[in-house]
Write a protein that binds this ligand. Sequence first.
Ligand code: DOR
Ligand code: ZN
Length: 441
Amino acid sequence: MSTHYDLVIQNGICALHWGLEETSIGVRDGRIAALGVPASASATARIEARGLHVLPGLIDAHVHLRDPGDAGVESIPTGTRAALLGGLTTVFDMPNTAPPVVDAERLAWKQDYIERAAYCDMGLYIGATRENIPTLAELETGRGVCAIKVFAASSTGDLLIEDDATLARVMRAGRRRIAYHSEDEYRLRARRALFSQGDPYARHAAWRDPETAFLGTRRLMALARETGRAAHIVHVSTKEEFAYLKDFRDIATAEVLVNHLTQVAPECYERLGAYAVMNPPLRDITHVEAAWRAVRDGLVDSIGSDHAPHSREAKARPWPETAAGLTGVQTLVPLMLDHVASGRLGLMRLVDLLAAGPARVFGAVGKGRIAAGYDADFTLVDLGAKRRIENAQMATPCGWTPFDGMMVTGWPMMTVLRGEVAMRDGEVLGPPRGRLVRFFS
Ligand code: DOR
Ligand code: ZN
């Protein structure tokens, strides 16, 4: 048997599923062939990783790449380049594009387009609508589909299913885990009259208050139990939901956003104005601390960016017309590494939340760990590197990050995608080589 490898990544401290270990990884045909490869092994290429930590290729399971939509804001090519630069090898893309991804025709277009234009691997969500419920069982088993996404409250785009009867019909169609944007649409509508156009941006968090999110999650959990359909609540943001979801671990997984762990109201609204407006909103310190407790308790399954680029013009509109959403695919890993540097979580927990976790939640095949037979996806990080996040670095065409000017400790130095170096020292290498992720279905 040949012991030749296409690539050996040597002398790095590797985040294996069972802990950190200094070892060398042998790659063949785009997959991990062996760990503990001896220095004498022959290899076509070598990466010297001494001084770096070698993590499984990191996954952002929550991005909005706006394609089809406005390529001047973001697109699949630009967004997946941003992902590689930010230390990710896989992203899962949301369906609220223009037009939205809600039928077989749009799915086929997107599958084909991703395989020509994406720089990193991708999964994609299918949006649920009132009309497409009879087709969801089939659509959710499509190539590259990570899940059905339900907007139970209105946000960017017009995907919305707000009533219990229709939500239950969606849950009874198909069987894979459904991802939910959980806020209560009726409460949002009722409370709108309490606010006026042009109110300060901080009012966004008062309108979409904690009860709006908690009520949405209570309703969804009741329906999930009734129908027996597994749920994934994206961007859980309130202390009430974290406490509540502990009793639904049999049926629900939970995502937290780096924004909800990093930005604190009301200060963030004063500093950032419209560039703090997103759904669900950035909240006060009691919720931020609850989110960290939930991370520490193991309640949180994955961390995402909810990368949601908008043009500066769309952001400049007065509240509440200002576009809700913040860029983040390129800053997710640097920010989480900075949280590791400041002692808020351990490196292995970061790997669980950004690799093994999303792979487990969605059933991604061959992703999320460094182990024989898995895809040879790696994120090599320098835990001590001090860098400044700047608008000018952003590969996303809208050109801004709410973290502009922030110093962080820890930086992704290289990404390897199925055995080939895809990003090194802030440069994307090679043509678009992204593929659709496979999912257990
Ligand atoms: O802030 C948000 N922006 N929340 C969402 O739910 C959607 C997203 C977007 O697409 O802009
Ligand atoms: Zn989102």
